[in-house]
Design a protein. Structure first.
Length: 400
């Protein structure tokens, strides 16, 4: 079988350019996109990429036109499609760009299974059209459709509401579904071929962990709790700062971008430090030196039901203890990998940290080491590649 991945997989140097112009760059989307591409390559022996640049619409990203270009990266051939970066025109031009590749997909590329990263409605509509031409269509569902952001205007919110109505109709036509949360599958009982996994432990992250040293620790340093990700209330930053204020003896270190950064740097609790937005190697060094890695994302938010924060897998791979809220998207096979926050208020987060500290360093690290073994077995690129190939009835290539 010859798979094509339609999504957001672009070279690292292109992502670096996006990061420079986008106030909220989709770092995890980029990491997952490449991990998925490499998993497909391992499972099927080959993969081709048809991508678009994952940028927010103008004026948040102050660039109107993105042109098409071909690339070869990490041993994979791909094309980044051009589009107009304005609401409405963005969806329309992306759909037209896909349509322009139909002849190559059916002819020169010989594609017989189309994987689609995410729930972008132009891609899903194109997938529906390709299914009518006999191509197996497999959406990979990472987030719910039409998530409204604080930066969205009235038109954007209206279009996202329309998206939320259209997307389920298009997904119901899929040959198979891949999801990062089991909640998705409850919505589409008619789709018989399904695969659920919490994420992919990317090769790049494992390389970063293996090639950097933990950040130096000062003798008699306080317990250090680290968070990396979106720095906003949607990701639980308000509760984390409240918890920090209740635990003055604990050091908190925060990495990422978001609208809470000024609150941390200008008037946050004195035991909270902002580490900035750093590359994978620098982040890995800090995470490996932490006492606790934390994910305070509120579990009651609707979008949290349909997605799994990939940072949790990256956290566990460091071999450090991981404390998280009880997200319903955590699958049963990795539930033992985490310590849990049962009360998601600031007071409850503080209490959960204190409970984990009281467990003792030796016990915490022993449990963290066992958790790492589970994640390495269940979520490696090779493991996910085998599962994806099996879903489509392909025979994975022999190990080299």
């Amino acid at each position: 079988m010859r798979p094509l991945l339609l999504g957001y997989t672009v070279p690292d140097e292109v992502m670096a350019e996006i990061t420079a112009i986008d106030p909220n760059p989709p770092v995890q989307t980029h990491k997952f996109a490449w991990a998925l591409a490499r998993s497909l390559r391992q499972g099927f022996g080959e993969v081709r990429l048809l991508s678009t640049l994952p940028v927010q619409s103008y004026p948040l990203v102050r660039r109107l036109l993105f042109r098409r270009f071909a690339f070869r990266s990490q041993g994979v051939d791909g094309v980044a499609m051009g589009f107009v970066n304005l609401i409405v025109l963005k969806h329309l031009t992306r759909l037209l760009a896909c349509l322009g590749f139909t002849r190559r997909i059916r002819g020169e590329w010989g594609t017989d299974v189309l994987f689609m990263h995410g729930v972008h409605s132009p891609f899903l509509l194109y997938g529906w059209l390709m299914s009518r031409l006999g191509v197996d269509v497999v959406p990979v569902l990472t987030d719910p459709p039409g998530v409204e952001l604080a930066t969205d205007g009235r038109l954007a919110r209206l279009l996202k509401r329309i998206d939320r109505r259209i997307v389920p109709l298009l997904l119901a036509r899929a040959s198979a579904l891949v999801a990062l949360s089991p909640v998705w599958l409850e919505l589409f009982p008619g789709v018989k071929k399904v695969l659920v996994f919490p994420g992919i432990l990317g090769r790049d992250w494992l390389y970063a962990l293996a090639t950097v040293a933990p950040a130096p620790r000062v003798a008699d340093a306080p317990v250090t709790v680290i968070y990396a990700g979106g720095v906003s209330a949607a990701y639980g930053m308000d509760r984390l700062l409240d918890a920090a204020a209740r635990l003055p003896q604990v050091r908190f270190l925060i990495f990422g971008k978001g609208d809470y950064v000024p609150r941390i740097t200008a008037g946050g609790p004195p035991n909270v430090e902002y580490g900035g937005f750093v590359d994978a190697r620098a982040l890995a060094s800090h995470l490996m030196a932490a006492d606790i890695l934390i994910n305070p994302r509120p579990s009651g938010q609707e979008f949290a039901r349909y997605s799994f924060p990939s940072k949790l897998i990256e956290y566990v791979a460091t071999g450090r203890p991981v404390l998280t809220t009880r997200l319903v998207s955590i699958p049963a096979e990795i539930v033992p990998c985490f310590h849990y926050i049962d009360d998601e208020s600031g007071e409850g987060v503080a209490r959960a940290i204190e409970t984990l500290v009281a467990l003792g360093t030796e016990e915490r690290l022993a449990r963290a080491g066992a958790a790492r073994e589970i994640i390495m077995r269940e979520c490696s690129e090779a493991a996910i590649g085998r599962k994806l190939a099996a879903l489509c009835g392909a025979v994975p290539p022999a190990d080299e």
